[in-house]
Design a protein around this ligand. Sequence first.
Ligand SMILES: Nc1nc2c(ncn2[C@@H]2O[C@H](COP(=O)(O)OP(=O)(O)OP(=O)(O)O)[C@@H](O)[C@H]2O)c(=O)[nH]1
Ligand SMILES: [Mg+2]
Length: 199
Amino acid sequence: MANNPAKVLLLGPAKSGKTTLANFLSDAKDAIGQYRPTVGCRILEFQMETLQPAHQHSSSRTSNNNINNSEIQLWDCSADRNVSNCLPALASDAAGVLLVYDITADDHTTELEELFNVWNNYLELSPSRYLVVARKWGDGQPNRKRTIKMGSLARLSRVEWDIDSDSHRVHNEFGSFMSSVLLDMRRKREEEEITILKE
Ligand SMILES: Nc1nc2c(ncn2[C@@H]2O[C@H](COP(=O)(O)OP(=O)(O)OP(=O)(O)O)[C@@H](O)[C@H]2O)c(=O)[nH]1
Ligand SMILES: [Mg+2]
């Protein structure tokens, strides 16, 4: 039975590079272009290879990892505050979240933390389903205050992604994140099935 696509939200302040990143990850043409603020939400669907361990009830003690072709749905959300009116609908059934900010922007980590605190109420996801993505491009220098302003984001995994100069690593790290999200989803589904069977 085919699984539904894994829905991943891209959230973050305006001009943090969400759309550029979404285009890059989904292999959309012209990933980097002129700035056009996103209105509402764009959905990009694509397939990617993810690593899934063999079924956990397998009798084999060696870990046979399977390469799966997984359906991913990126929801590239506008930073516009009007979007928060539709927050419950956007948050519904999300499997993972990329929290994106521009590493050179002074105020972005504060904004990102505020966004996280608001969305997290609706999402009810474990910290492993989030990835904080510090976007880098050109020769902009990181905001020096960023480490002391991570606040509640500090307990989430964080990566620095420059798609211009390190595209291979970005793809690999996104693949690892999605593999762990999909594994966690599968575990949760199996736990739910066991609970139903016990009832
Ligand atoms: N060269 C380069 N420029 C980038 C990159 N990411 C973002 N930019 C620049 O930053 C601008 C804004 O990026 P977007 O991806 O549109 O930002 P956004 O977060 O989607 O913005 P909103 O839709 O307003 O929330 C782009 O048009 C580019 O000029 C990148 O990886 N490389
Ligand atoms: Mg955008």
